[in-house]
Write a protein that binds this ligand. Sequence first.
Ligand code: ZN
Ligand code: ZN
Length: 272
Amino acid sequence: VRAEVTAVVDGALRLVDSHCHLDDERFDEDRAEVLDRARAAGVSGLLLVGVMDGRGGHLKALALAQDLGFPVAVGIHPHEARHASAAAYDEIVGLARDGRIAAIGEIGLDFHYDLSPRAQQEQVFRQQLRLARQLGLPVIIHSRTADDETATALEQEAARELGGVIHCFTGGRPFALRALALGFSVSFSGIVAFPRAETIRDVARLVPADRLLIETDAPYLAPPPHRGKRNEPAFVTRVAEQLAELRGVGTPAIAQLTSDNAQRLFSATFGH
Ligand SMILES: [Zn+2]
Ligand SMILES: [Zn+2]
């Protein structure tokens, strides 16, 4: 409701949700309504992220992206590193060569949940960074409780040549500065509006305007006042509002520049 009100008041919001899992089964019942609400809130485009889990988990995201005309990224999530295989890497190469993916991701390190062994996460992450370089694709980075290791891998694998984004940024200044030095963008989710996220808000003030992205990571991480419920792309307006407040500019300006940045980073058209 709040999202729709914002769109009416501002009139010309044009937002891109740069990272969402619209293929998630939690959207199976009402995906069309979710997309209607997103459009009503001014979300003109979104990037789908398909997780390769060794069981074809990304295929639904690929199919949906094609049906709906949205760009899509696929990659072996750090949680799924133990399911990585030569076939999965070959599949990424094939999809890239067919022009079906806008980025490789999400890839990275997650030492919070440790769902795959850390050494394997590192190896699979670096392998995909090398693939991205061969294929000329940007990368979408997931880093949780592993910011130093993630930044080191990016530096050692010369990720500056790839371009990419640290998605759902939850780190501090040191990680942000290392990512920015590599030419990376930083994407904020609804977490930036959580009461105790002062460290993240500090980073949200310092990221240069041309490196700023917004996302929902839906169905995860709904921002206040929806916290704890299913997240959806319409709520990316809340992220834009929070960034506007932190940076002392209008929400339409944040919407416009983050949309432009997403379009440039992913070489994709998000408008309709
Ligand atoms: Zn993630
Ligand atoms: Zn995600």
